[in-house]
Design a protein around this ligand. Structure first.
Ligand SMILES: [Fe+2]
Ligand SMILES: [Fe+2]
Length: 268
């Protein structure tokens, strides 16, 4: 199977660019499965029901998220009624939505989980305590042909530790949240494809997708919240990874894909 995972979509330009690309990929049958992290797709903060529907109707199979999932309140009723938009699994009891899903595709059943790390991140339940739940849920569904865990987090060490703990249990562990792509993509010893962060899909002439003057000023003058952060408006780069997996659900290859914008293009 050939799966495309696209990293954090930041704002409208990146969103429209990603949707155009997804349409093209669908038309030319390039991928069997497309998963997109949409946590910053609505003006840089959160996601709306309309945006989710737009991604899904144009060919995305599952959407993942992270700490920004609740920035647009209208997502709450929507997330309660779908199994295609995930929020991190390790949020407190009673949180709307789900963090792990199994869906049917024409290739068979696939599983996707979304978790959030603990270091330098908003408070959530201990991430290392829920890894067994993922293994159990995916292994109790014997016929899953592909499984992926989106590890949403800041610390590279924590994400890599999770990658090693899940190695051999899932097809892929892909990092999101930092908005900067790493070049450590590889298949781990026991057959799981891994990357610490796929990078954002957005304008890289920015500070992680935000207009750079305002973002720089936040660091220089931490007590001054003006000017407000806004999405950088330059040409976006779509960043993701392409994972080829075998019949037994383990990975064969993982390769980065970067299209458009100002950073070096790789992939297709
Ligand atoms: Fe995030
Ligand atoms: Fe993000």
């Amino acid at each position: 199977m050939k799966t495309l995972f696209i990293g954090d979509i930041v704002g409208r330009k990146a969103r429209n660019f990603a949707i155009e690309k997804i349409k093209e990929f669908k038309k030319s049958n390039l991928f069997d499965l497309i998963i997109v992290n949409v946590e910053n797709s609505a003006g840089g903060f959160g996601v709306t029901p309309e945006i989710c529907d737009n991604f899904i109707s144009n060919g995305a199979d599952v959407l993942t998220s992270g700490n920004h999932i609740w920035d647009k309140k209208e997502i709450i009723p929507y997330i309660n009624n779908t199994n295609k938009l995930l929020r991190p699994m390790n949020m407190v009891e009673g949180t709307p939505g789900i963090g792990i899903t199994i869906i049917n595709t024409i290739f068979g059943k696939i599983g996707v989980a979304n978790i959030m790390t603990n270091l330098f991140m908003p408070k959530s339940k201990p991430v290392f305590d829920i890894l067994n739940q993922i293994k159990l849920k995916f292994s109790s569904n014997k016929h899953l042909c592909f499984t992926l865990v989106d590890v949403h987090g800041e610390a590279t060490s924590e994400k890599l530790a999770i990658g090693h703990l899940l190695d051999g249990y899932v097809s892929a562990v892909v990092g999101t949240h930092t908005h900067i792509p790493t070049s450590d993509h590889r298949v781990l010893k026991n057959g799981t494809a891994y990357i610490t962060d796929v990078g954002m899909s957005g304008d890289y002439n920015s500070v992680i997708g935000m207009e750079k003057q305002a973002a720089i000023s936040r660091f220089q003058y931490p007590n001054n919240k003006q000017p407000r952060l806004s999405v950088a408006d330059g040409p976006p780069t779509l960043c993701g990874v392409i994972i080829k997996s075998k019949k037994n659900g383990l990975a064969e290859t993982i390769k980065p894909i970067r299209i458009g914008g100002i950073i070096e293009n790789v992939g297709i």
